[in-house]
Write a protein that binds this ligand. Sequence first.
Ligand SMILES: [Zn+2]
Length: 430
Amino acid sequence: MKLASFLLKSRGPVNLAKRIPTIARRFGITNTKIDRCLHGFVDVALEFDAKPTLAITANLLDRYPGLVQRLRNRGVEFAIHGLVHTDYSELSLGEHLDHISRAMRVFDRHEIDFVGFRCPYLRSNSYTLEAVRKLGFIWESSDVIAWDVIDPGALDINPRIAYKKLLSLYSARSSITNFSAPKLLNGIVEIPVSIPDDEAIIDRLGLDNTAEITRLWLSILDSSYRRGDIFTVQLHHERVPFLAPALRSVLQEASMLSPSVWLANLGEIADWYMRRDTFRFEVIDVDQGRYDIKVHADPDATVLLKNIDTHHLIDKWYSNYQVIRDRRFTISAAKRPVIGISKNFNPAMAEFLRGEGFIVEQVDNPESCALYLAADDDTDEVSLIDRIEGSVAPLLRFWRWPRSARSAVSITGDIDSITLLDFARRIFEV
Ligand SMILES: [Zn+2]
């Protein structure tokens, strides 16, 4: 029999055995305990008008359809978390298509709407996006951003090794060089998950007190706000009694910030990124240093200006950006407010900059545009944006989020087991 190799790989047989009493306490024999946790989770989110996204395996939905329907009726967005809780990074394209389409039939049978997919263990491979695209999903969320909020030097050897191992199992990308921002990849919106999540903090770092979790999550919120990123909170419902105060602190803090933090579920985030992708600027040269700008976008679009003069009404927004509400306006700027790139500039980075809302044009004359990037200006995402943000170049930009929000927070959780029996069965369900 093929066992769930990931569980053993990730934990080791001895550790897995040691965790049995903890697991037994967290789950119950019946679904009462977890049902209460899940509703407790939704209660906290709803206090702040935040609707959570929960990813559940199809086999669990089939076992507990009433539980899922009741949560759906309270506004929870459900997503597919696999047919069973197995490691999708080991599946072929054919197996992906087979698993996911069978899972979709289960969701349809129980009349649970879905537009998103998240891999069990957050482990995907190149077939995952291809499969969900073929099957008509609009978002995927297995990409992991590890926030730079933990000082490995301050950790003891065991937690340090355990955390490092987790980052490698998740193929996590560091926030030092990558933004935690959605990306539209051939019709699918990839929305990164934020780490450390509760599992990393409690099981790997061994920090099992609410104050520590709150501190770490608030520092992720702070960084995500400063960078305008999304903080995709990921938590496991079985720990809700313990995590609720941390979650409440994050949502409380987020709802007090100005410019605002957009609290949205992953479906809303993906929907917005689809809409945003259709937005365009038209830059018309009027005469020396004057340009007419036409904005083709819906009223929710956040249009930003930097180092630009205009007689139209603008409001101070964040850092050195202003926000403009008019959709036709004239500006004065020393150069065309676009980022010019050389012929051999990395196409993936050019696509990244377009996705970040800048006007990017391939130009022959570096002097013709506000900012020029040559092939060797290709660095990592964060350094490149830092360079643009720090320049005096006049630029226009569609911001990442709607209605002038600075950053976003999504509350998400994965449902891997409801009862102790489900947890035990996971070892054999591959
Ligand atoms: Zn899971």
